[in-house]
Unconditional design. Structure first.
Length: 275
C-alpha cells in the first residue's frame, strides 16, 4: 500500500512578516520558482511510492503551504483515524486550521478538540510519532507550550499512547521537526544543540542508534527531511549526512526548497502523512 501524504499548493505563499529567525524578508519570494520546487517535492514523494493528496490553498493564508502544522494526525485501534486541531501562536496561522479540520472531517477522521485555552500546540511541527505509532515526541519552548504538551498527553493517555516532552532551546530550531527525524524504528537524526540537557537525557534511551547533525546541517534543514520507502528527501546533503544515511540503508534524494526556507521551513514542514 502506498503512503498517502497531504500537501497544499503554494499559490499564495509569501513572506509578509517575521515569525522566526529565518524570515528576514530581505529576499522576496520568487513565486514561479516556489511553484516549481513544490512540484519537484510532489514528484519526489510520488517516486518514493507515496500517493499525494492536496488541500485547496486559500487567499490571504500565505503559510498554508506548510501542511504539517495545522492539525496533529494520528491513528489508534481505539479511535481509528483522528486529528487534533492546532492552537497556533500567530493569528494568520490560526486561520488556516479550520480549513484543514474540515478537509479531514469530510474524509471520516474523528476530530478530537482539546481545551487548550491559553496554551499552544502546533501539530507536526512539534509533535512527531515514533515509527509504528507507539509514542509521540513533543517539542515545546518556542511555538508549543509545556501546558499544551501536557494537555495532549492527558488526551493520548486515554488511548494508551505516551507523550515524551522535549524542551527546545535553539531559536533556529523553533519546531521539533527541524532537529529530530526518525529514520526507522531504531535510529534517529537529531541536532543535540536544539535541546535542553534534560530533554537530551530523556530522548536518548528511546533509540538504539542516534546520529547527530551539526549546527550548520540543522540550520540548513537537513534534519527536516522526509523518510519514505528507504529514501530521504532533503534540500542538501553533506558527506557526513550521506554517511549516516548509508549506514541506515537510506538513499538521499535532493529537492531544492530554497524559496520555502525564506519562511523557515523545508520538506517535512510541507506535508502531513496520512494513516
Amino acid at each position: 500500500m502506498p503512503k498517502h501524504v497531504l500537501l497544499c499548493p503554494p499559490t499564495h505563499f509569501d513572506v509578509v512578516d517575521q515569525k522566526n529567525p529565518y524570515m528576514s524578508g530581505k529576499s522576496p519570494v520568487d513565486k514561479g520558482k516556489a511553484q516549481r520546487q513544490w512540484q519537484a517535492l510532489c514528484s519526489a514523494l510520488e517516486q518514493s511510492g507515496c500517493q499525494v493528496e492536496t488541500i485547496d490553498p486559500v487567499a490571504g493564508l500565505e503559510d498554508m503551504v506548510f501542511a504539517a502544522n495545522q492539525v496533529f494526525v494520528g491513528y489508534s485501534e481505539a479511535v481509528g483515524r483522528f486529528v487534533i486541531p492546532s492552537r497556533m501562536v500567530y493569528a494568520s496561522r490560526q486561520r488556516e486550521v479550520p480549513h484543514f479540520v474540515e478537509w479531514f472531517r469530510k474524509r471520516g477522521y474523528k476530530v478530537i478538540e482539546l481545551d487548550i485555552s491559553n496554551d499552544r500546540l502546533e501539530g507536526h511541527g512539534d509533535l512527531l510519532w515514533h515509527p509504528g505509532w507507539s509514542r509521540i515526541y513533543a517539542g515545546y519552548g518556542f511555538r508549543t507550550t509545556r501546558g499544551g504538551v501536557e494537555k495532549l498527553a492527558a488526551e493520548m493517555s486515554k488511548i494508551g499512547v505516551p507523550v515524551i516532552p522535549l524542551q527546545l532551546v535553539d531559536p533556529f530550531c523553533y519546531h521539533l521537526d527541524t532537529c529530530l527525524c526518525p529514520l526507522n524504528d531504531e535510529s534517529v537524526l537529531i541536532y543535540p544543540g536544539a535541546y535542553s540537557q534534560d530533554a537530551l537525557a530523556t530522548l536518548r534511551p528511546f533509540w538504539k542508534r542516534i546520529h547527530e547533525l551539526t549546527a550548520e546541517e540543522a540550520h540548513r534543514f537537513m534534519g527536516n527531511g522526509i523518510v519514505s520507502n528507504e529514501t530521504y528527501i532533503t534540500p542538501y546533503v553533506t558527506d557526513h549526512l550521506q554517511t549516516i544515511l548509508e549506514l541506515e540503508g537510506i538513499k538521499p534524494v535532493m529537492v531544492d526548497t530554497s524559496e520555502f526556507e525564506k519562511s523557515g521551513g523545508s520538506a517535512f514542514c510541507m506535508k502531513a502523512f496520512l494513516p
